[in-house]
Design a protein around this ligand. Structure first.
Ligand code: KIV
Ligand code: ZN
Length: 543
């Protein structure tokens, strides 16, 4: 068939050459007619296991790939690009397992316009219920000269040969003129036409380096429909990279102009700045159904957050907090006005119901700017319904914590509540604590405990600041106790996390647990000790 068996250069080595970019047609300001579209499905082609898996450090093992593929099927993507079988035996095996085991979506394998690639791709997917071969070659002058060190005529011939060969093996063949967005349009149309003649049923238009502007990219898609004579029912797909942060915008614009397949990845992962984000595309089409009149995807939105977490965890790439739809802050409301609005009526500040995409609920991030209403709401979600008087007290406590921390999380609130909601009367209450310690001095702690007779202050040195605090508290309470157990843990993350101290003390008769929480661990320790003392006093009174 005359296909080359080796590629001389690595695809990732293509250099950006700004002068040659000028060869790209000038952006015209003429409007292009939008393709007539009524109630059409936009197919979701997921390339997380291929393009995103190329991300440095994101390599997955076979089991991990399989799990993600099953999850993608559960989310109802239309096509899974499972890998690039010729690239390694491991990739071949993974694509083969996915092809054999994952039901529902088409299973696609990538290949260059190289015979051995196509043979390997087919070898891996031949047993899939719905197999697809995806073959590609760079068509921009910069890729033709810089990667394949070839010429346009040769690339055209290799395209035809490759698509013909792929078609002889597999009914569904997708062809990508790589770097299409920077390819001279006349040549691009010719390559597309010949690929369709050779049997390609899907033509993918990649903006490989994320160079295009939305209007420009949409116009290119419209021109393809207008200029490629045999376009017929061929599905036009788009594959946009995010180097200028425009991958999703470019893909949406392309849909408006007739593209019916979007190549995308979970969390927008992929080469360099990544690919079009699957969740953003799916939710943009769904949320703005008024704008994308009649278009839909088959994506099950409730799987969006779960799969985002799975991919993030398995690839070891955290999701940025402000990432649309799946970022930790995507539904978190911090300002008092926003919190009040969302509590009263969710859609005042949310365009998507977080539960629709798999979040538990909107998050009210409590901060020093939050009011009592937001605090009461959050406490009720956590199962507490304090009286107004109690709420005022908890609010004071909350503000103390909020002033020290940027955000007060549920775990912080739980700690405050465990600390506040006491079962025994406070014979002693820790009013203040002051610690002096360092490397060459004995730690000294001063405590002020409120008792019936007023505030009693005592100080003591000790083996450490906690020991000193406990000795100072002993001087006030005058109840001999033995510290049997002491444990401390951080409730939330970060340097400003709340520390929870749980202790066990013993007197002659009882073994009692004391609990204290604070962003200051010495204070938490002192509170735990005072809590235990109060319980001892209470127990002795009961007897
Ligand atoms: O970015 C790109 O052009 C690609 C192709 C293989 C479609 O990933
Ligand atoms: Zn890509």
């Amino acid at each position: 068939m005359g296909l080359k068996t080796t590629e001389e250069s690595d695809l990732r080595d293509a250099e950006h050459n700004p002068t040659s970019l000028k060869q790209r047609a000038e952006i015209e300001t003429t409007t292009v007619k939008e393709k007539d579209t009524m109630s059409e499905q936009v197919y979701i082609f997921d390339t997380t296991l291929r393009d995103a898996e190329q991300t440095p450090g994101a390599a997955l093992n076979l089991e991990e790939k399989l799990e993600i593929a099953h999850h993608l099927a559960k989310m109802n993507v239309d096509i899974i690009e499972a890998g690039f079988p010729v690239s390694s035996p491991g990739d071949f095996d993974a694509v083969e397992r996915i092809a054999n085991e994952v039901q529902g979506p088409e299973i696609c394998a990538l290949s260059r316009v190289v015979e051995k690639d196509i043979t390997a791709a087919w070898g891996a997917i031949k047993d899939a219920k719905k197999p697809r071969i995806h073959t590609f070659v760079g068509t921009s002058d910069i890729h033709v000269a810089g990667i394949t060190r070839s010429d346009r005529e040769t690339i055209l011939k290799r395209t035809v040969d490759a698509v013909t060969y792929a078609k002889s093996l597999c009914e569904t063949v997708e062809f990508s003129p790589m770097d299409a967005a920077r390819t001279e349009p006349g040549y691009l149309f010719k390559v597309i036409e010949e690929a369709i003649d050779a049997g390609a049923t899907i033509i993918n238009i990649p903006d490989t380096v994320g160079y295009a502007m939305p209007f420009e990219f949409g116009k290119l898609i419209a021109e393809i429909f207008d200029s490629v004579a045999n376009i017929g029912d061929t599905v036009i797909s788009v594959h946009c990279h995010n180097d200028l942060g425009l991958a999703v915008a470019n893909s949406l614009e392309a849909i408006k102009k007739g593209a019916r397949q979007v190549e995308c990845t979970v969390n927008g992962l992929g080469e360099r700045a990544g690919n079009t984000s699957l969740e953003e595309i799916a939710m943009a089409i769904r949320t703005r159904s008024d704008f994308f009149d009649g278009y839909y995807t088959g994506i099950e939105p409730k799987e969006i957050v779960p799969i985002s977490r799975r991919v993030s965890r398995t690839m070891g790439i955290p999701v940025q907090p402000n990432k649309a739809i799946v970022g930790a802050n995507a539904f978190a409301h911090s300002s008092g006005i926003h919190q009040d609005g969302v509590i009263k009526q969710r859609d005042t500040f949310e365009i998507i119901d977080p539960e629709d995409v798999g979040w538990q609920e909107s998050q009210i991030i409590l901060s020093p700017r939050s009011g009592r209403n937001a605090l009461r709401h959050r406490l009720s979600v956590l199962g507490y319904s304090p009286t107004q008087e109690k709420l005022d007290k908890i609010y004071e406590r909350f503000l103390e914590v909020a002033d020290k921390k940027k955000a007060v999380h549920d775990a912080d609130l739980e700690a405050i509540m465990r600390d506040e909601v006491r079962s025994v009367p406070e014979t002693f209450h820790l009013e203040y604590i002051q610690v002096v310690c360092g490397t060459k001095i004995s730690p000294t702690t001063t405590v002020g405990l409120r008792a019936e007779e007023g505030i009693i202050e005592e100080a003591s040195t000790g083996d450490g600041p906690v020991d000193a605090a406990y000795k100072a508290i002993d001087r006030v309470a005058k109840i001999p106790l033995v510290l049997a157990d002491y444990s401390i843990r951080s409730v939330t993350e970060g340097k400003d996390a709340i520390g929870e101290v749980t202790i066990r003390v013993q007197d002659n008769q009882h073994s009692i647990v004391g609990y204290g929480a604070s962003t200051d661990i010495i204070e938490a320790s002192a509170k735990a000790y005072v809590d235990a003392i109060n319980k001892v006093v209470h127990l002795r009174q009961e007897v």
